[in-house]
Design a protein around this ligand. Structure first.
Ligand SMILES: [Zn+2]
Length: 233
C-alpha cells in the first residue's frame, strides 16, 4: 500500500489491526511500510496500542509483510495499533533510492552502461554497472552530470500503466525483470523523472528531484570483465 497511498518522504502515522502474531513480529490488515527489496532497506519504527509500545525492526517482504518487533508478546491478535515509520531512516532511503534512478539513467545515457545490481547501506549507495567499454567511465564527469540533474527541479511522477504500455514505450528502461512479476498483476507502477528516467519501480521516491542533496563518488572498483562497482554518498 505504500505504493499508491503514501508519500515517499515524511510518512504519517497510520492505524491498522493485528491479524497474526509470531515469535519475530506481527502481521497487519494493512500497512504503509516499505518492506526491504530492490536494494532499498525496509522501514523501521514503532508500534503502539494504548499503553503498549514496541520498537519495530526492518520490515520484511513475503507472502505477508512482517513487522518485526522486540516484544510481539505484548500484543494480541485483533489489537488496533498505530504504526510510526522512522522518518529520518525512510527519508534518507527515499533520497538515496531516487538518486540511484538518476545515476543509473545517466550512466546508461553517457556510457550505455546497464545497472546490474545496487545496494543502499548506511552512508553510501553501491551500484554495479556493466559497460560495453568501461574505460570510458569518468567519475568526475558523471558526478557533475548527476548533480546538475539533482539541481534541475525535475518532478518525480508516479503512473499506473499496463504491461503492454510499459514494454512498448520507447523510452522505458529496466523492463527485463518483468517476467518475474506474476502475470495476474496487470497494472504496474512506473516512476518517471521528467526527461531523465522512466522505469517500472516499487521503491519510495521524493516528489521533486531538488529534495536530494549532491552526491560524491567515494570509490570505484573493478568487478570483473566490463563491470565496475561505484560507491557514492
Ligand atoms: Zn524507484
Amino acid at each position: 500500500m505504500h505504493l499508491t497511498q503514501h508519500p515517499g518522504l515524511n510518512p504519517p502515522v497510520f492505524e491498522a489491526t493485528i491479524t497474526d502474531i509470531i515469535d519475530d513480529g506481527i502481521f497487519l490488515d494493512r500497512t504503509f511500510c516499505y518492506p526491504r527489496g530492490g536494494g532499498q532497506p525496509g522501514d523501521k519504527g514503532s508500534i503502539t496500542s494504548g499503553d503498549k509500545f514496541s520498537n519495530m525492526g526492518e520490515v520484511k517482504p513475503g507472502d505477508r509483510i512482517l513487522h518485526p518487533l522486540q516484544s510481539p508478546d505484548l500484543f494480541r491478535e485483533g489489537d488496533k495499533v498505530e504504526c510510526m515509520i522512522d522518518s529520518s531512516w525512510r527519508n534518507r532511503n527515499t533520497m538515496m533510492h531516487t538518486a540511484q534512478h538518476v545515476f543509473s539513467a545517466i550512466a546508461n545515457d553517457m556510457y550505455k552502461a546497464e545497472t546490474v545490481g545496487n545496494q543502499i547501506s548506511d552512508h553510501t549507495t553501491r551500484i554495479d554497472l556493466w559497460f560495453p567499454d568501461r574505460d570510458l567511465f569518468d567519475a568526475e564527469e558523471i558526478s557533475l552530470q548527476v548533480n546538475d540533474v539533482l539541481n534541475s527541479g525535475a518532478e518525480v511522477l508516479i503512473h499506473e500503466w499496463s504491461r503492454e504500455e510499459i514494454v512498448s514505450h520507447e523510452k522505458m528502461r529496466h523492463t527485463n525483470f518483468m517476467d518475474r512479476i506474476p502475470s495476474s498483476i496487470s497494472m504496474l507502477r512506473v516512476v518517471e523523472i521528467e526527461d531523465i528516467d522512466l522505469c517500472p519501480c516499487g521503491g519510495t521516491h521524493v516528489g521533486n528531484i531538488s529534495q536530494i542533496p549532491k552526491i560524491t563518488i567515494e570509490n570505484v572498483k573493478s568487478k570483473g570483465a566490463g563491470k565496475l562497482r561505484v560507491s557514492y554518498s
